[in-house]
Design a binder for this molecule. Sequence first.
Ligand code: SIN
Length: 507
Amino acid sequence: MDCLKYDVIIIGTGISGLFTALNIDKRKNILMLTKKALGSGSSELAQGGIVSCIDKDSHYKDTLIAGSYYNEKDAIITLQDESEDSINKLIELGVDFDKDESGNFLYTKEGGHSNARILHHKDATGKEIIRALTDKVRERKNIKVLENTSVIDILSKKEINAVISIGDSLKIFYAKSVVIATGGIGQVYKNTTNPLDITGDGIAIASRAGINICDMEFVQFHPTGMYSVDEERRTLISEAVRGEGAVLRNIKGERFMEKYHEMKELAPRDIVSISIFKELIETNSDYIFLDVTHLDKDFIKNRFPNIYEKCLSLGIDISKDYVKVSPTQHYLMGGIETNLNGRTNLNGIFACGECARTGVHGANRLASNSLLEGIVFANRISREINSISFSEASISKEDLEKDLKLYKGKFNNFNCILDLDDIKDNIKEIMEKYVGVIKNDENLTRSLDTINKIKQSLENNLKLSKDYFEVINIVTVSKLIIEGAIKRKENIGAHFKADLRRDCIVR
Ligand code: SIN
């Protein structure tokens, strides 16, 4: 059993966790905990790019339109005001964005954008950003990284917070400031673009600790996940491919987006996904096609090398063949409620990145706003933490033993007799089938009933293990999403119930 005190503990090592760490005063001792390896998670899979607010007025308007005007306006303004500095910091840290022959940045477009304003590194922007940030974190003497370590709970105290984790053993770490940056919830669904370890842990932990969670019903489905029946993570075909001219066709080979929105394939993501879903029902199919065959082959290979190669490895030459795609869970707009400085309602506990709900995205995120949100609000958290005095609280042996005994006490005399894999598969099926792009109250209510029963049986069979916590987190997050969806009585953004009226999806 270890017990250690740090100035700051950061849970998660994606873009926002890494950026927070790198902007904190080097005199502060930081512990970063990650479930897998340093840098693993959704950020490194980001393809399209990072928005730059080179044209603030139209970016503001596009963000609001995409978000169905449910966004917090001051959060968007904060995002815009600090975008240039934050992106410059990324570049100073070594991130290489694509430029033309004269050294000017190249910008691309995605759904919902009225201008080309997205910086990118070919079709692997996230990978490039994570490469640069993890290199820098490894160089920093004040940052310790513990890999393969799952945080299972946070105990909030007056002067200091305790973070309970399981790596090779159960450990408690203490810090005045704790930053939750654990990413999204993708693996709650059967079909997702998110990696296998993205199970909503930060949100579930926060909810157990009494932190406010909101807007969980706003789950974003990316229109073009590559269709497959058995992959644990679906390959994303970036929206930037449509930004460069790709079109969508139904299984009869007909373009259909003009029926639904004047921006056609480049309408906001929720509108494209709902339109595809309707088209799937009308044509009785499980997929549509993405067509890039009219684009120049060399351009495709150079601009989207990873997508091109991935498809080729599956026997699809996208310069000649259509690609089967369908809406796939991709992002969560809701999550841990924070103020503009990343603070939650509990003292010393912050959240940033996908697990946080800052209000920037409203009811549906504008493409490529997420990486920017991740760094801008991470930077604001680091400023906030830099202004906090060093902790005077000392942890005595008695404190530690008391915390440990209290925590472990919940698990005494229990032995989990449940099949955790089976429960996980069951939840993922329910979420995919009944809590997807188009929902209805009858199915939601039935799903909630089942999930409540599963949660109860898990709570009756507590187990102090990583696997157990991953499953209870999946169940907790699913429950929060369904409860949010039942409660919201109007169709807005990514929240769409067939039994509510939305006469027209054009906005
Ligand atoms: C994509 O490349 O289509 C994803 C970008 C995003 O989620 O913003």
